[in-house]
Ligand binder design. Structure first.
Ligand code: FAD
Length: 308
């Protein structure tokens, strides 16, 4: 038992032997790439947060969206959260995307999100052009939610033979919330009981989670499009120690430089040169990476935001 894996970055193949294999692929457990056969019976939905300019919030606030008559929708709660000098609002859920590799929202969906968030605060009047970024991903769909599409409310932990896959191969899929450690513990206990394994004492159950290394302290203060050459040490740290593969990876995930909208071309150019020298990109790879930042689907396209 075990898996044969191919590293997509190097093309190298490896065999990993194990008594039991657990796939924790999140929504990708549905894709053709799931080694145990996709979970066909569970659908997907799109989950979306909007990143907006700083609305001056001092703390996170939960609020129900209101209809045109000002009546609150008591089945729903949106959250507005101060986020790296900006404001994050969400989460909205929409039916699954047709193109799962390039997730986005339609103009109608964005318009309804703006109506709902503006209904929560008297002085809010955000428009399409205010949306700096979309945080968008897929989650497993609850099969029978009454208040529109909702993610599953408990983790899915199943041996893959119930989906037509092999035995001793398990699928663990997270739920609506990030409950990773609790889900992992539950999965290990179920699998051990089912397979007759003795469980050793967990070494991580009481281990504190450490915060970012000291050299990254204050990094988020440099978030946004104005990243200066003072940030180069932090960028080098990410490039060398955080498995950065692409420029969007660096600007949108490992740092917040791209969080306030697509960075100005001169910022992207400077940082792409740094990344090219650290990661050994040639000029055409560098230019491809620059293009990938400016056309990234996390930045709402003008054809969606115009006139909302
Ligand atoms: C927009 C949005 C907002 C959210 N907001 C919140 C929130 O405010 N609070 C909260 O608690 N939760 C929130 N969530 C939910 C949270 O992100 C999920 O519950 C959680 O990430 C699920 O964890 P997971 O480990 O099951 O899946 P994931 O986090 O999706 O992890 C699966 C991993 O498997 C990797 N993978 C897949 N296939 C392969 C393969 N073939 N080879 C190698 N790697 C592979 C993927 O790259 C990914 O890193 C939000 C989700 C979204 C999309």
């Amino acid at each position: 038992m075990g898996v044969a894996v191919r590293d997509q970055l190097t093309g190298r193949e490896h065999e990993i032997h194990a008594r039991t294999v657990v796939s924790c692929q999140g929504p990708w457990a549905h894709a053709a790439t799931c080694p145990f056969g996709a979970i066909g019976s569970v659908g997907l939905l799109r989950s979306v947060n909007l990143i907006l300019p700083n609305a001056g919030l001092e703390c996170a606030i939960g609020f129900p969206p209101r209809d045109d008559a000002g009546r609150p929708n008591t089945d729903r709660l949106l959250f507005a959260v101060p986020w790296h000098g900006l404001t994050m609002v969400g989460t909205w859920y929409f039916p699954s995307a047709e193109d799962q590799d390039r997730l986005t929202v339609s103009r109608e969906e964005l318009s309804s999100m703006l109506c709902e968030l503006n209904s929560g605060f008297e002085n809010w009047n955000f428009r399409g052009s205010d949306v700096l970024m979309l945080h968008i991903g897929q989650q497993p769909l609850h099969p029978s939610s009454r208040s529109g599409p909702q993610p599953i409310d408990a983790p899915l932990i199943a041996e893959s033979d119930s989906f037509g896959g092999p035995r001793r191969a398990w699928i663990v899929q997270g739920e609506k919330w990030t409950t990773a450690r609790a889900t992992a513990q539950k999965a290990v206990e179920i699998i051990a009981r089912h397979s007759g394994f003795e469980l050793a004492r967990s070494v991580s159950s009481r281990k504190p989670l450490y915060s970012a290394p000291q050299e990254l302290a204050g990094f988020t203060a440099s978030a946004g499009a104005s990243a200066s050459s003072d940030d180069d040490e932090n960028l080098r740290y990410s490039l060398r120690h955080e498995m950065v593969r692409t420029l969007p990876d660096l600007l949108l995930r490992r740092t917040n430089i791209g969080a306030a909208g697509s960075p100005p071309p001169e910022v992207t150019k400077r940082i792409s040169k740094l990344a090219a020298s650290e990661l050994g990109w040639n000029e055409s790879e560098r230019l491809r990476n620059v293009d990938a930042v400016h056309t990234h689907s996390m930045y709402p396209h003008a054809s969606i935001t115009d006139q909302i």
